[in-house]
Design a protein around this ligand. Structure first.
Ligand code: GLA
Length: 756
């Protein structure tokens, strides 16, 4: 059993395979404290961990020091305005303008599995972790503040086999008068007096997403968040707290990932007593939600992971969690069709014949899916018009999508199309007909970005209209794949359809609107392969994975830049979710040139494809394409289902990058090494593998991606060295191998390990 309850002592102990999380209620007032979260412990009664002082420390016996108690107690879910000056979890404003709220224990319920609660994320139209009844158990803690007419349900789902806890919160107005919820976190966690902690976050920018940042936890607050309306390029909804000594392999790490695609905040606050509180939830900037008597509001879900095996252990748990319990698509464990996307191949400069020329060459090279990107609709020949007019530009495309789709299908390929359904250009038929459908504030200039405005997805009629256009095209043109893009942040967030006291709801209602339309799409078209995108990876979050099994990782397709983007992304997200394409050199974003094979090796770490005009490739590169595709299929299930280990980080060592994926049964593994910048006076370098079976014997094949292009000299030396030999897992994990020195920048090598 994963949840233990001592009703008398009011203790709740949540155990997974290697972790324990203990909640204890103290004092006759019922303050709910978080006594412990970390490696598995045997005892449940660790309420002593909550002591804030040596004197009788709770208000029941020492009310004269109530405020210091409130300020130091490790609240499981902290209120606001009653003496706890750390970041709060819940804030409200009542009809008198009063804001204090102080939730205390009321009752609890235990549930098998993870039910869809009335106040849970799924019923509220948000992504939600799913699991069978025998995989997990759920605790519902009910807290209340009777004076404020507030009742809170705190949900905790604990898995037996995964060291993850899924949390969410529902707030209910139990009175008769309206109040406004101005902050509602999905989760809070406290670490008491850990000696030295680091905070890891994933900040970034367009084409430079999810760069791992590690810094010492300092007194005060560090906040990762977005108030852009989307999870954003700038700040992924993720944070980890790690012991300063923790590495990829060792040490205690706690991960916090929010399953949400809009404004968010994850705040780590270290107080003077060395107690670190981490809160996470919907961003509270500008947020307010009106609740009348009897109404409730549900938070998104948060996934907490504990790892005693360093950052690598945390990543592997997130990968298993999201692969198994958030991605719903039938494609999640299937070989994805290798695609060719027209964006970097042609941008806006195409007609049907040109596209078909590229498609024919791609089909001849065994590409399986042709994706028509931006530029096919309305009168769009640049990015300044036509978003919202989702019908084909017949001048460029006589016969429309239907004809192109038919021709692509005749070539034996699947057919994919790009849409940016949340947007409208001022220069579009849609905007001319419905100017009030764009988010705007009457009397103010609407801020354009890439010439475009944002449709008010909080309004059902807007969503219905757009959905009508897209769904009829999916049917008529036989679309097999959709790339859903979203290319700007939200501004002037005001909805013409809502009253003044509900405008603080628009950001969240917008996200709910996006979830609603995506849900309709994947429900109505279960065979559709759906890929998310947002200016590259600006909405690469766990929420989106509920709808699409893959997300375009970044507009930067340069193999070297991608090493860092993919390292940061894979810290949380499974490799199979990362859209990764081979493009031409010099790269369109960085102007850097890297070998064709290296580009393929880097893209093989994700969901593989091409983004180039295949008719313009050299013959040698054309010949390599079908072999690269064969490699993607050869290693497909391993990459999708295996365990990921980060071996080297170019970001840290400035020299080389390496990762490996080991099959769950440890019979095969694939290791990729990319020497980024070559350095003189270097000898061979030692590389230790991970995750193998120490008892098994492994052969090492140096994978030659292209039989007609010789291996680079280091890889050739490796091949000669390993030929005909086997090595035990213990040798490979402890002694490792010596990767031969190679000259030249950006050289990649792949090693396939097979157990004998
Ligand atoms: C965004 C996407 C790109 C491409 C363009 C088209 O930038 O990230 O992949 O689809 O839009 O305009």
């Amino acid at each position: 059993m994963s949840i233990f309850v001592d009703e008398k002592k009011r203790i709740f102990k949540l155990d997974s395979k290697n972790a324990s999380y203990v909640i204890s209620v103290v004092d006759k007032e019922g303050f709910v404290g978080q006594a412990y979260y970390g490696a598995k412990i045997a005892d449940a009664d660790v309420a002593y961990m909550l002591k804030t002082a040596d004197y009788p420390w709770t208000p029941e016996r020492y009310n004269r020091e109530r405020v210091p108690f409130m300020d130091y107690f490790a609240f499981e879910y902290a209120g606001y305005g009653s003496g706890d000056y750390r970041p709060s979890c819940v804030e409200i404003r009542d009809e008198h303008g009063a804001t204090a709220v102080n939730p205390v224990y009321k009752s609890f319920k235990l549930h098998k599995g993870k039910p869809e609660f009335e106040g849970g994320a799924a019923k509220a139209g948000m992504p939600a972790v799913f699991a069978s009844e025998d995989e997990c158990q759920t605790l519902e803690l009910i807290l209340e503040d009777a004076a404020a007419s507030v009742e809170l349900s705190l949900y905790y789902t604990v898995f037996d086999e995964l060291d993850a806890i899924i949390k969410s919160v529902c707030i209910r107005n139990t009175g008769k008068k309206d109040f406004f919820v101005t902050k509602l976190m999905s989760s809070s966690m406290t670490l008491e007096n850990e000696p030295s902690l680091d905070i890891i976050s994933l900040p970034g920018a367009w084409a430079r997403e999810r760069r791992i940042q590690r810094q010492k936890a300092m007194y005060g607050s560090f906040k990762a968040g977005s108030n852009r309306g989307i999870s954003s390029n700038q700040s992924s909804p993720f944070m980890a707290v790690a012991e300063s000594t923790a590495t990829q392999r060792e040490g205690n790490v706690w991960g916090f990932s929010l399953i949400y695609s809009g404004n968010h905040e994850i705040e780590a606050f270290l107080n003077a007593n060395d107690s670190l509180r981490v809160t996470m939830g919907i961003g509270s900037d500008g947020f307010s939600w009106k609740l009348s008597g009897g109404e409730f509001f549900a938070s998104p879900e948060a996934a907490l992971v504990y790892s005693g095996e360093g950052l690598g252990g945390m990543s592997r748990t997130y990968h298993d969690l999201y692969r198994g319990h958030i991605i719903r698509s039938k494609y999640k464990f299937m070989d994805r069709p290798v695609l060719l996307n027209s964006w970097e191949a042609a941008y806006f400069d195409f007609d049907t014949e040109k596209l078909l020329g590229i498609a024919r060459e791609a089909a001849a090279r065994k590409v399986e899916l042709f994706v028509l990107d931006d530029g096919w609709f309305g009168k769009r020949n640049s990015d300044d018009c036509s978003l919202g007019d989702w019908y084909a530009n017949e001048e460029k495309m006589p016969g429309g999508l239907e004809r192109l789709g038919e021709e692509v299908h005749k070539l034996g390929m699947k057919f994919g199309v790009w849409f940016e359904p949340e947007m409208v250009n001022p220069d579009s038929d849609l905007y001319r007909a419905h100017p009030d459908w764009a988010l705007h504030v009457d009397g103010r200039t609407i801020s354009e970005s890439r010439h475009q405005l944002v449709l008010d997805y909080s309004r059902k009629e807007v969503r219905d209209f757009i959905y009508g256009m897209i769904s009829s095209l999916v049917r008529s043109a036989g679309i097999d794949y959709i790339k859903w893009d979203m290319n700007r942040n939200l501004t002037e967030v005001w909805s013409a359809a809502l009253p003044a006291d509900r405008q603080g709801e628009v950001f969240h209602r917008y996200v709910l609107g996006v979830y609603d339309i995506m849900n309709r799409l994947v429900t109505d078209f279960p065979d559709l392969l759906f890929e998310n995108c947002s200016s590259g990876g600006a909405r690469f979050d766990a929420g989106m994975l509920y709808y699409s099994p893959q997300i375009w990782c970044s507009d930067d397709t340069d193999a070297v830049e991608r090493l860092a983007v993919q390292e940061g992304t894979a810290l949380v997200f499974p490799l199979s979710t990362m859209g990764a394409h081979v493009s031409v050199c010099p790269n369109h974003v960085t102007a850097r040139s890297t070998p064709f094979e290296t580009r393929a090796m880097v893209a093989l770490a994700g969901t593989f494809g091409y983004e180039l005009d295949m008719t313009k490739l050299s013959d040698a590169d054309k010949n390599a394409v079908p072999q690269q595709i064969a490699a993607y299929h050869r290693f497909g299930s391993l990459m999708r289902e295996g365990d990921y280990y980060r071996l080297q980080s170019y970001r840290e060592n400035n020299l080389w990058d390496s990762w490996m994926v080991v099959a769950k049964d440890k019979k095969t593994a694939l290791v990729t090494v990319v020497q980024v910048m070559t350095q003189p006076s270097r000898k061979s370098r030692r590389l230790r593998f991970e995750g193998l079976d120490s008892e098994k014997q492994y052969s090492i094949e140096v994978v030659q991606l292209d039989k007609d292009t010789p291996l680079h000299q280091g890889a050739e030396a490796d091949r000669d060295e390993f030929a005909g030999r086997t090595f035990s897992g213990s040798t490979l994990m402890n002694a490792g191998i010596m990767v031969h020195r190679t000259t030249g920048d950006f050289q990649g090598t792949m090693y396939c390990l097979t157990a004998k």
